[in-house]
Ligand binder design. Structure first.
Ligand code: ZN
Length: 256
C-alpha cells in the first residue's frame, strides 16, 4: 500500500514537472533592461545573438534604455545574473531638482526648438557667479538664470542641466528647446550640462562626479549618444570652460 502511494505521488510529480516544462517551452521572456546594460550584456545572459535581439525587437538604436522591455523569443527561463549588483546601479541614479523646486522664472518665448539630439557639451559655471559667497547651489542656479535672461536676453537659463556640488541635477531649460551654451550653430542638437564651480585647478568632488556620470549615462542611453559625442565647451570655441582638470577628464571619457 505504502509502495503504491509512493508510485502514485512519483507519477503525479513527474506529471507536474512534465507539464511545467511543456508550458515553459512556448513562453518568450519579456526582459526588462537594467541601467547601464548593453545589447551584448543581454545577449550573453540570454544566449541570443545581438543581431537576433535587434531583429526580434525591431530596434533602430544599439543603445538600450534602463526599463526598456525586450522580447527574447525561445528563452524559457530568466537569464542568470539579470540584475547588476546594487552598488553598480546606484552609480546611475541621480536626484533631479525640478524648476519648481529651485524657483525658476518662466521661459521667455525667444527660443529655437531642439532638433534631434546627437551630442552633449559639458561646462563649468566658474566662480564668477558665487565669488566669495556661500549662496548654495539653488541660489547660484537662480542667479545664472537671471543673468542669462536679463543680461544676455536669452529665453531661459542657457544650459539644459546643472550639477550641484552634492551631485544633485538641476533641471535647466527643457530638452525640447535648443540650448544657449556653445555659441551659434554649435547649440544645434547639443545638450548643455554645466557643473557648478571652477574646475581649472581641481576636479569636482566625488558626489558631483557621480552626478555627472549618472546624468551622462541616462542622456546617452536615452538619445543613443556615443562617448565620442560628449564634448567640453572649448571643443567649440576658445574658452577656459570647462576648466583644465575637468577637460582632461572629458578627453579621457571620450576615449572609453
Ligand atoms: Zn562653457
Amino acid at each position: 500500500m505504502r509502495l503504491c502511494m509512493s508510485i502514485i505521488s512519483g507519477a503525479v510529480l513527474l506529471l507536474l514537472v512534465g507539464c511545467g516544462s511543456d508550458t515553459r517551452q512556448d513562453v518568450s521572456l519579456a526582459y526588462t533592461v537594467n541601467a547601464g546594460e548593453s545589447l551584448s550584456d543581454v545577449g550573453r545572459k540570454s544566449g541570443l545573438s545581438v543581431s537576433d535581439i535587434i531583429r526580434y525587437n525591431d530596434l533602430d538604436s544599439h543603445v538600450l534604455r534602463a526599463g526598456q522591455r525586450l522580447y527574447l523569443p525561445g528563452i524559457s527561463t530568466l537569464p542568470e545574473v539579470v540584475a547588476k549588483p546594487e552598488k553598480q546601479q546606484e552609480e546611475y541614479i541621480y536626484r533631479l531638482v525640478t524648476r519648481a523646486q529651485w524657483g525658476a522664472q518662466p521661459s521667455k518665448a525667444n527660443f529655437d526648438p531642439m532638433s534631434l539630439i546627437t551630442r552633449i557639451t559639458i561646462h563649468h559655471t566658474d566662480d564668477e557667479m558665487s565669488k566669495g559667497q556661500s549662496w548654495g547651489d539653488k541660489e547660484i542656479v537662480r542667479r545664472i538664470q537671471r543673468h542669462h535672461q536679463k543680461n544676455n536676453n536669452w529665453a531661459d537659463i542657457g544650459y539644459h542641466f546643472l550639477i550641484g556640488s552634492d551631485g544633485r541635477v538641476y533641471e535647466g531649460r527643457p530638452l525640447t528647446v535648443q540650448g544657449a551654451h556653445a555659441r551659434g550653430a554649435n547649440n544645434i542638437a547639443n545638450i548643455g550640462v554645466s557643473l557648478i564651480g571652477d574646475f581649472d585647478k581641481q576636479l569636482p568632488g566625488a558626489a558631483q562626479m557621480r552626478g555627472l556620470r549618472a546624468l551622462l549615462t541616462d542622456l546617452q542611453q536615452r538619445y543613443g549618444i556615443e562617448n565620442t559625442r560628449v564634448y567640453g565647451h572649448d571643443d567649440f570655441v576658445t574658452t577656459v570652460c570647462p576648466g583644465e582638470r575637468l577637460k582632461a577628464w572629458i578627453d579621457d571619457y571620450r576615449k572609453r
